[in-house]
Design a protein around this ligand. Sequence first.
Ligand code: ADP
Ligand code: MG
Length: 270
Amino acid sequence: MSTSEPIDEARLGLLLGDLRLPTIKHIWPAFAERADKEGWPAARFLTALAEHEIAERARRRIERHLTEAHLPPGKTLDGFDFEAVPMLSKAQIMAMVAGDSWLEKGDNLLVFGPPGGGKSHLAAAIGLGLIENGWRVFFTRTTDLVQRLQVARRELALEQAIAKLDKYHLLILDDLAYVTKDQAETSALFELISARYERRSILITANQPFGEWNRIFPDPAMTLAAVDRLVHHATILELNVESYRRRTALERKKGPGRPPTRATIKNTSD
Ligand code: ADP
Ligand code: MG
């Protein structure tokens, strides 16, 4: 083709579509106009297009990963008050959100503490941070997942169901303590833990420390085996704080240093 030949723009659009380059297809006319006007070298023009295609792909991928993760909304690290949990190192959490030091090895994260202490919030916020850094995460209440695995087991598809979860670098099992003590159910959980051992990470939140886990698994030997696998390569965080909900409710009641009577009067006159 000679340089003076007119370009068939419609055909270019089709070619870019065939090549699966939707972003370039969309932006090239504006970029071409600018490149012509400003006299960009061809290599600069091409690089700019390629960079936009890549950036847009990454954005769409993260969007997909966010949708599939089922994170509870609004739980971010920015919104997490680290001062309320003095035993927790913010630097350590920020380092974990990068992911590579533990997810690549399939290490686990276990978060313990009383109800309302921020376990679910922290778990979801870590999940969100990891997704933003390119990892794949799935957040679920433990009971929901165990029920799903139960159904799979009845359909003789437990192994496939567990294998399907392999695509997630991190599985967040929220509230382990609420799994009911049922032989078949709990062994599905055990099989999940065994299958991911040293390959894929699990984040577990639980109200009860290990001492109480005999109430989760059907027999002491299985409890021991499950705990053994979970803790072998794990970081354990204990959020031993009073319920954040209760604390903020109390602080609201107290008001910002005003005696309660004054607040009451102000409320009624408003
Ligand atoms: P847990 O899972 O330990 O029972 P949650 O994570 O559900 O506790 O926390 C209870 C509520 O308090 C949630 O709305 C959560 O967002 C909030 N919360 C708990 N801890 C903190 C914190 N340190 N900073 C900000 N919000 C918090
Ligand atoms: Mg919780």
